[in-house]
Design a protein around this ligand. Structure first.
Ligand SMILES: Cc1cc2nc3c(=O)[nH]c(=O)nc-3n(C[C@H](O)[C@H](O)[C@H](O)COP(=O)(O)O)c2cc1C
Length: 180
């Protein structure tokens, strides 16, 4: 079972779509402990994990494994747009928000112009909003305008490391070992 904290980048794996999802979301450490006590199957922790020390933390909290998304967005092998990769560590993008602006379902992205302008009124209408905004996002990417793209990112985005994926895994394993 994947326990996805509200810190996670991209779409939230939820069937609930309530306004102000940021406030009702549960943080990863709290969630892992609760899921661990509720189920007898392996639990995978996801959301905001960028370092081996955080993997040690979720394993200690009861998870059997950790899942990292944003940490691998900046990897050499990642297919993310170069502007998206750069934005992860750009001080211009200071924070993330859960928004329906791009797809009509809550997803966490770096706060940019598109999110600021369309997030407040975007309806719960997935996948219609996704199809509606896809040509705009595509055009923005083509024009090199990161302010018009969906910059999916978890709350730990600042800690992204631009490395080959294999090296990143080795580094995370070494950090985990050191933390334990
Ligand atoms: C670029 C990107 C796209 C994602 N797309 C989805 C998605 O379509 N559906 C989903 O359930 N989770 C999606 N996720 C969430 C991941 O499955 C995972 O929960 C998340 O990446 C973990 O948090 P982290 O990004 O902070 O490591 C996406 C994550 C990223 C970074």
């Amino acid at each position: 079972m994947i326990a996805q904290g509200v810190e996670a980048g991209g779409h939230q794996g939820t069937h609930r779509d309530v306004p102000d999802t940021d406030c009702s979301g549960v943080g990863l450490l709290s969630l892992v402990a609760q899921v661990r006590e509720a189920v007898g199957i392996p639990v995978v922790a996801a959301g905001g994990i960028m370092r081996g020390g955080q993997i040690a933390a979720v394993l200690t909290a009861g998870a059997d494994a950790a899942q990292l998304g944003t940490a691998f967005l900046a990897a050499h092998e990642s297919g993310a747009h170069s502007l998206h990769k750069r934005a992860l560590t750009d001080p211009l993008y200071a924070r993330t928000e859960l928004t329906r602006a791009f797809s009509g379902r809550p997803a966490r992205a770096l706060v940019n112009r598109f999110l600021r302008e369309h997030g407040p009124y975007a309806p719960a209408a997935y996948p219609d909003v996704h199809h509606l905004t896809a040509p705009l996002r595509k055009a923005a990417a083509k024009a090199g305008d990161a302010q018009g793209m969906a910059l999916w990112a978890g709350q730990g985005h600042r800690m992204a490391r631009e490395l080959p994926a294999g090296q990143l895994v080795e580094l995370l394993a070494a950090e985990l070992e050191a933390a334990r």
